[in-house]
Design a binder for this molecule. Structure first.
Ligand SMILES: [Zn+2]
Length: 228
């Protein structure tokens, strides 16, 4: 379940993460391995911007895979290799753009990158599946399909967790107002982001299952990578 043509233009249609190997143990500070799918100027510019963003924003603690593909022909997805797409309307010509548009593009690129990272937390992690079950119990009538839900019902429950983690880290990086504005403006997963932004029950389930990515405390257990 990778892409549907209907949503390919707007949505992250992240693949179902296979329940296989345990979380990759990540070396703190290790460089990204970025591959360009077509070597198009927009892909080169996006890779350059991503590297620059990682120097100015401390996100290393939230990286669960360091292999990245930039592909201007697709929308972002997580597996088998985390893949990003250019986000600026005139990627490669950022110099001539309004600075606020560049900032918004940067924020979006970083949000995409982190969102896809969080899908990697599902791999071999029973807590992730347990959280999805809790969301299923809480929202038995959740939508499937765009633009309100994800690709299918299971993916909708998956994205309640992933999108809440996205809100957590964007809040830490950019502040609550910018984070909320960023997610409220999305034109896909609208029911999911609506719950994440406005229903405290989402964060409660996220906390109960150990997926608070910011702050401290015992709730971080669900995101701890194995040693080594
Ligand atoms: Zn996703």
């Amino acid at each position: 379940m990778r892409h549907s043509l209907l949503l390919a233009a707007v949505a992250c249609l992240c693949a179902t993460a296979p329940l296989g190997p345990a979380l990759h143990a990540q070396r703190r500070g290790a460089p990204l391995e970025i591959t360009l799918a077509t070597d198009a100027p927009a892909e080169r510019a996006t890779a350059e911007r991503l590297r620059a963003l990682l120097k100015t924003h401390d996100v290393d603690r939230w990286l669960y895979t360091r292999r990245v593909v930039i592909d201007e022909r697709t929308t972002p997805f997580s597996h088998p290799v985390l893949t990003l797409a250019p986000r600026l309307p005139r990627e490669g010509a950022a110099v001539g753009m309004d600075s606020s548009a560049v900032a918004a593009g940067d924020r979006r690129l970083l949000a995409d990158f982190l969102h896809e990272q969080f899908h990697w937390l599902e791999d071999g992690n029973p807590q992730f599946r347990a959280a999805m079950q809790a969301f299923r119990a809480q929202y038995p009538d959740a939508p499937a399909g765009g633009p309100t839900g994800a690709q299918d019902l299971e993916s909708t429950y998956r994205h309640l967790l992933v999108c809440d983690m996205e809100l957590q880290v964007l809040t830490e990086l950019f502040g609550a107002q910018e984070a909320r504005e960023e997610l409220a403006a999305r034109r896909y997963y609208t029911w999911i982001y609506g719950r994440v932004l406005d229903d405290p029950k989402v964060r409660e389930i996220v906390r109960e299952h150990g997926f608070l990515l910011t702050g401290s405390g015992p709730s971080r257990r669900g995101i701890t990578a194995p040693p080594g």
